[in-house]
Ligand binder design. Structure first.
Ligand code: ARG
Length: 588
């Protein structure tokens, strides 16, 4: 469906043209003065110069022309030349009825679906998932769902940090603790055990222990580096330990992400890129894209228009080892070969921006991806505690994701069971659903690039701009609809009639914005715009609810129309929270 503002603009364009002006001037925006009108057009001001006329005269001419109107109910030319517009309630009602009938709620399917790849999550295997990975997972999941809702083909790739020194450390520490394992016996030629020689709990303890020891013990560090090197060169025993680490870690990660309603199509990682590195480096050298600089192999990426220095992209250290940039470039080789994406979005901490500038430029310059492939860095800010410093546990340690989720769930559980008689079972399930919404909405309602304060009290509140408030609104609508059907009524085929009150009209106007908001959120990769929208929509609904007797309305047609409006409002809210990555419970 066309956007409501475009429909108004089309009507206005006829009038501009009819009055002898350029129809392109008929752009319509939401009103800056909601007390006076709903929409406005500033075209008369924009055209004043070209037509050498006072804007208000142009506006007056246009308004005079607007005799035969479908969408515009009231229109006024006001000083210094604005055209103030109110939408016809009847037209709004038919627009909403059309939305209601449409499976996509009026969201137009993209004409040319693109192939998108979202690189998000990015946890490091064998290190516990901590809150730093939370934002990437939440934002990336939402961007993926928004793109999908628009009709694009989208793949989400977790891009595991599963290669390199951290693995060498674990192998070394394991050898230290269990030297008799066959992996460390060079003479061993049999089959290695299927079962991993550690649990996830042990693994999570091994890594920090090894990492700490390597910082103090030089010989140990050398051994870890050597193990890394052996692994990278395909040493049988090291590779087998690596497989165990992956197996144990990945199943734990899967559980954690599933708890967050985050779901990856591809579980690839840095290790999967390794096989592409040798050929890539050969080509980069042979074709003159890479050169040796102070012993390292680099690609220059500085551009003339740069105002600051952009260091070259390093692809091989003097000792032959590859780097983070090498892996990302080789991953692009693989992605190009397997998916030829039109666009790749990287949802990563904004402190990594320079790295991605280097990688993107190198990839384009060397033709690893085509000129047309859009490489987009969606950098996010830090999640801080109330003290304004990066979020920590009460003891000052890194907060594990699981614990954070548990803390929020406990808080929600308390709120749900306070003053209410709910079965413990149901309260538990609800707390889980609402808890996830609290975390995700608390994050997504901020512009991604900004730092924000993770405030448990605020995020779990049922009032204000929070996830629980949005869910509470949906649950309220569900309960009204349940009562309505409970009285023997059907929800089928109900039509929205039109606005009787200003709060009803306001709710209708909010609901009608859905397709516009979703499109903008996609174009700008901005889930926070969806949050802002559903907050407005929920507020509009609650105002309508408080001012209107819905179920006890005497006139049957009006009552049915209210119910129809509620159904649509609920569907819009549900579609929006779906792309934000959470859902509403039946009761709260
Ligand atoms: N594992 C990385 C980290 O923890 C994030 C990976 C981001 N994605 C990428 N393609 N580099 O910092």
């Amino acid at each position: 469906m066309k956007k409501i503002m475009d429909l108004i603009a089309e009507e206005l364009a006829e009038a501009f043209e009819g009055a002898g002006y350029d129809r392109g001037l008929a752009r319509v925006t939401l009103s800056n003065r909601p007390d006076l009108c709903e929409y406005q057009c500033n075209g008369a001001m924009a055209g004043a110069k070209a037509y050498k006329k006072a804007p208000v005269m142009i506006a007056g001419d246009v308004v005079k022309r607007l005799t035969d109107r479908k969408y515009i109910e009231e229109v006024q030319a006001v000083n210094p030349g604005f055209i103030n517009i109110k939408l016809s309630a009847g037209a709004a009602a038919s627009y909403l009825n059309e939305m209601k009938e449409d499976e996509r709620l009026g969201l137009e399917e993209v004409k040319k679906p693109q192939m998108l790849l979202i690189d998000y999550g990015g946890p490091n295997v064998a290190k516990p998932l901590h809150v730093g990975h939370l934002r990437s997972a939440i934002i990336g999941e939402s961007v993926k769902r928004i793109a999908r809702k628009m009709g694009h083909k989208v793949l989400g790739d977790i891009h595991l940090g599963d290669w390199g020194y951290q693995m060498g450390l674990i192998i070394t520490e394991l050898k230290e603790r269990k030297p008799d394992l066959p992996y460390f016996d060079e003479a061993f030629e049999g089959e290695y055990p299927k079962e991993a020689p550690f649990t996830i709990g042990e693994l999570e303890e091994i890594y920090p222990a090894a990492s700490a020891r390597a910082k103090e013990d030089e010989a140990y560090r050398e051994r870890a580096l050597h193990a890394t090197c052996l692994l990278q060169n395909g040493h049988r025993g090291c590779r087998a330990v690596w497989n165990h680490i992956m197996q144990v870690s990945v199943s734990d990660l899967k559980k954690n992400y599933a708890n967050l309603n985050v779901d990856f199509d591809l579980w690839k990682g840095e290790a999967d890129a390794q096989e592409f590195i040798p050929d890539m480096i050969e080509r980069l050298k042979a074709e003159g894209y890479a050169h040796i600089d102070e012993g390292a192999l680099v690609i220059d990426v500085q551009e003339e228009s740069d105002t600051k220095e952009i260091p070259p992209c390093m692809i091989q250290k003097s000792d032959g080892a590859s780097l983070y940039g090498t892996t990302d470039l080789a991953t692009l080789v693989q992605r190009e070969r397997d998916y030829t994406p039109d666009k790749i979005v990287y949802v990563v901490d904004k402190r990594q921006e320079l790295h991605f500038v280097q990688v993107f430029r190198a990839a384009k310059k060397a033709g690893i991806v085509s000129e047309r492939t859009e490489l987009k860095f969606l950098g996010f800010g830090t999640m801080n505690g109330k003290d304004g410093k990066p979020f920590k546990t009460r003891e000052g340690g890194v907060m594990r994701l699981e614990n954070l989720i548990a803390e929020i769930e406990d808080e929600m559980y308390k709120k749900i069971t306070d003053n209410r008689t709910v079965e413990a079972d149901e309260a538990g399930r609800t707390a889980k659903i609402v808890g996830i919404a609290a975390i995700k909405y608390g994050d997504l309602s901020n512009q991604a690039s900004k730092d924000y304060v993770f405030d448990v009290d605020r995020f779990t509140s049922f009032e204000g701009n929070t996830g629980p408030y949005i869910l509470y609104t949906i649950v309220r609508i569900k309960s009204i609809l349940n009562k309505y059907t409970g009285e023997g009524n059907s929800l089928d085929g109900l039509k929205i009639k039109g606005a009787g009150s200003s709060s009803e009209k306001a709710l209708m106007l909010e609901a009608a914005k859905y397709n516009e908001v979703m499109e903008t959120a996609y174009e700008e990769l901005a889930p926070h715009k969806i949050c802002a929208y559903i907050y407005d929509l929920a507020n509009a609904f609650n105002r309508f609810y408080h001012e209107t007797k819905i179920l006890t309305e005497a006139d049957e047609e009006t009552r049915k129309s209210y119910i129809a409006l509620l159904i649509l409002t609920k569907e819009v809210l549900e579609s929006c929270i779906d792309v934000l990555g959470f859902e509403a419970p039946e009761r709260m």
